[in-house]
Structures are given as C-alpha cells and as structure tokens.
Design a binder for this molecule. Structure first.
Ligand code: PHE
Length: 379
C-alpha cells in the first residue's frame, strides 16, 4: 500500500519545482511541463496513479491536494508562456529578433604552461611533497652564494643575471644571520661557501628557483619534501627556444639517510606518471655547484617513440631536468649538519615539457596570449 505521508511530501516537493519557472525560457517551460505533468511519465501523473491504493480518508484529502496542485501547475505554465510571448512581442516591436543565434562567449581555460606546472606539482604532492614558493627579487647570497657558486665560477656567467638597481643588502640583522648560517660545524670546521656573501650582496632577479631551497631549509627542520613552482629571469634573447622570463619547478628532499637511489626512484616514478607508464628514462652525469654528484635526466622522445625525429634532434631522448644530491656546503650554509642529513634536489622547465608534449614549435607562442593558439587548450 502506498505511504500517505510520503505522498504528501512528494506533492509539496513538486510544488517547489515551480519556483524556478520565472528563469526558464520556452524550451525550459516545455521540458518542466513534460517532466511534471507528462501523461506517461510525469511526476504528478505517477503520484495520481497511486491514489486508488490509499486508505479512503487519505484518498480524499490527498486526491484533492493533487488536483489542486495540477491546476496550479497548469496555471503557472500558462502564465509563464504568456509572459514569454509578451516579452518576445515587445522585443519584436523594438526590432529585436529573438530567433537570431546568440553571440558565443569566450570560455576561459587554464594556460598550457600552468597546466603542466600544476600536473607536476600534483604528482609530487602524491609522493608527500608540499608546495613552497619564494621571492622573484633575490640577493646574490640566496641565488648564488648559499648555493655554493664559487667566486668567478663559469656557471655564474652562464646565468647572465639581471641585476636590480637598488642598494646592496647590508644590515646588521643580515650580517648576524649569515654569520650563524654556518653554525653546523661538524667534524671539521666549515666556513660559509664564500666570504663575499657574508652580507647578502646585490639584488637581482632570481635566475633559477634553487634559492627557494635555501629559504625552505632555513625555515623548517628536516624531514623536508617540497616542490617549488615559479618564474625565473635571465638575460636571454627572445627567440624560438629562449625567453628572458621562464618557468621552473624545483624539488627538494632532505632527511636522514636519503641516497641517490631515492633520487633515481622518485624522478623515474615522476617521468612514468607524467609521460606514461612505458616511458624510458636515463640519467647522465652533469654538474651544478649546489649538487654533488649531479645528473641530468632524459626521457624517451614522446614524439617519435625513440626512433629519432626533429623534436629530439635525432637522438630519441628529451632532456627534462637537472638534479643531484644536495652539496654538503649548501646544507652547512643553511645550518644543517651534513654528517646527519643528506638530500636530493631537482629542477625542470615546464615550458620545454609543454613544447614537447603538445608539439609546439616556438616558445614565444606561450607568451603571446593569441586566442587562436590558446583556444586549442580549453577543455
Ligand atoms: N637550478 C638548476 C638550473 O636552473 C637546475 C637544478 C635544480 C639542478 C636543482 C640541480 C638541482 O639549471
């Protein structure tokens, strides 16, 4: 036997559906009318069908209520239809043709570079890495000194830095901080990498996201696991493969007992998550002042599957990141004991990855904001 009180509730719920009527256009009114009053499957029709099964006293009152509701619905639909018709007539009188197709609006989308950066961050998030960020205007100490760049090392020229025309940072507070930044002093006494940086030195636009490694290590004790998405600046010409401002995603893990095995396993896992489970990876020795040993990781070219094509310059491999074990001097510069802690770091260029993944021939397309290009990436 149908449940009388459930039926009463259904009728009440149905009445609420009429509330949105004023927002509906003709097609919407029609659809709602079929849904509520349709002769085969209409909600009210179905409810009315249950009436004969009710106890006599309920049958009468619920039946009356259902019929009242049915009339209400019919009146409301009729009123809305008339209102729409009146509006259309008025518009027509003013020379507006409501049957013209509307102007399509642009649908916003996530920029392909942002999308790649977020995907990278989320894969590392799954491995327990938190997101960290740092300032784009940095000092020589954070960008170079703390990262173990020796004076006049060629790597520093490579970075072709944009210096800022503001006074160097020399404050008592900084001097104190940097004096204590070499405090770890394990087995043998260690000096901060370079006495030139006892003050923070000149201001510059960061040439990589690696200075954020220093800020993270200064800010929290190990265990540390962070990914650092951000924008970096170099005095590069703007051409098909270079830009003076470009994106990086940095990573840093510092803890007791971290080894090169962790680096290889973590980055191989990342490559397979990002590029697909069958992706081949290889590590080649490399050099960075702030990691030792250092490596570069290649993945099998996704465009030709490793056979060799213009995208991979015929090699079958694409270089996607630099990495290595955090140099002991860097740990000391952050006040950490390198006898106790080890770590690995990596840095990659999401734009290069986006160019490869989407087969984009010129990095400048990523900067121009041309809708004909960007629309290809809206979902
Ligand atoms: N900072 C390096 C670069 O910009 C990349 C890197 C980061 C290498 C971390 C090793 C470890 O080229």
């Amino acid at each position: 036997m149908p449940d009388s009180s459930a039926l009463r509730q259904s009728l009440e719920a149905l009445r609420h559906q009429l509330n949105g009527l004023a927002e509906l256009d003709a097609a919407g009114v029609e659809a709602l009318e079929v849904r509520l009053l349709g002769r085969k499957q209409g909600v009210l029709t179905e409810l009315l069908r249950q009436l004969p099964g009710l106890p006599p006293e309920d049958k009468r009152s619920i039946g009356a209520e259902a019929n009242r509701l049915k009339l209400e619905c019919e009146a409301a639909f009729q009123a809305r239809r008339e209102a729409l018709k009146a509006a259309a007539d008025a518009a027509a009188a003013r020379g507006i043709d409501r049957t013209m197709p509307g102007r399509a609006r642009w649908v916003g989308g996530v920029h392909p570079v942002t999308r790649v950066m977020e995907e990278i961050v989320s894969i590392f998030h799954g491995l327990g890495f938190a997101r960290a960020t740092g300032p784009e205007a940095e000092t020589e100490w954070y960008n170079f000194g703390a990262l173990n760049f020796p004076p006049d090392h060629p790597a520093m020229d490579m970075h072709d830095t944009l210096y800022l025309d503001i006074p160097e940072r020399r404050t008592g507070e900084d001097r104190r901080r940097n004096r204590t930044s070499g405090v770890a002093e394990p087995a043998e006494r260690r000096e901060p990498s370079d006495r030139r940086f006892l003050d923070q030195g000149r201001w510059l636009m960061r040439t990589h996201t690696s200075p954020v490694q220093i800020r993270v290590m200064q800010g929290e004790p190990p265990p540390i696991r962070v990914v650092i998405p951000g924008w970096v600046y170099r005095k590069d010409p703007f051409d098909a493969s270079h830009a003076p401002v470009f994106a990086q995603v940095e990573g840093l893990a510092v803890d007791e007992g971290i080894s090169f095995v962790d680096l290889k396993a973590t980055l191989s896992h990342f490559a397979r998550e990002f590029f697909g489970s069958a992706t081949a990876v290889r590590f080649r020795p490399s050099f960075f002042p702030f990691t030792e040993p250092s490596a570069e990781m290649d993945v099998g070219c996704g465009v030709c599957g490793g056979r060799g094509c213009p995208a991979c310059k015929g090699t079958g491999w694409m270089e996607i990141l630099g990495a290595g074990m955090v140099h002991p001097n860097v740990l000391v510069n952050c006040g950490l004991d390198p006898e106790r802690y080890t770590g690995f770091a990596f840095g990659m260029g999401p734009q290069r990855i986006a160019l490869n993944r989407y087969g984009i021939p010129d990095i400048r397309l990523l900067y121009e904001g041309d809708m004909r290009f960007l629309e290809q990436f809206t979902r």
